[in-house]
Design a protein around this ligand. Sequence first.
Ligand code: OAD
Length: 250
Amino acid sequence: MTADDAIALLARKVAAASRLTVLTGAGVSAASGVPTFRGPGGLWRSFRPEDLATPEAFDRDPRLVWEWYAWRRELVRKASPNRAHEVLAAWSRRMRGFRLITQNVDGLHERAGTENVVRFHGSLWEVACRGGCAGAPRAWRYEQAFPELPPRCPHCGGLLRPGVVWFGEPIPAAALEAAGEAVDCDVCLAVGTSAVVHPAAGLLAAARARGAFTAEINPEATPATGAVSLAISGRAEEVLDAVERRLTAV
Ligand code: OAD
């Protein structure tokens, strides 16, 4: 199948779907200048997840972990949503049965205007009391730069932690529940994810098991590539733009 045929097929499937679920990963934000985790230039090439993205790493060296998150917050603050975010935002407003599940913590889907984003791994823009003190909400938005690192809980004076899901931690129950419903769909499309981190990586297979047409957009092959109904090798911002141009052509 040529690239054009693949894009035309995806556009037809998206147009015909009454329930479309899109699962996104770091590759969707690559064109915004936000580094991915794996692959060339990926964060996990220079940093080790066990030093920065686990509860144990935080308890060992909260300042180091916070410096890494504060650096990423500043990087993302200066970034803007790209064409991939914009197309998905347009679909969220236009398509009734559209659902977006993201592993990204950068908030760029929301900044592009996407409605009802299900965040699997939390948000860079939220914080929580590490000790889970009774005075504090479970997590809350905090978008300003921190006056000191590591930042302190305004309720108990203990440490704050980033409002993200670290390795070894459970996915928020509401996100898991929403994902369980979202895999009941006609089309399930994975965009810009290496499809290796579970449980997010299992959503495509779950959708397929329920009879969905499954598709992937990624410039590299992933463990999902051989299993989806349609794999499109390309960048999210270019492929989604091409699909959207077909959908909106008069
Ligand atoms: P990864 O960094 O693992 O994968 C990014 C994927 O995006 C790769 O497969 C790239 O080939 C692809 N990619 C790169 N540029 C792209 C582009 N312009 N368009 C489309 N795809 C592109 O990111 P995730 O799959 O999101 O979790 O990673 C999953 C989780 O692992 C993250 O949420 C994070 C990480 O460790 C935690 O921190 C808990």
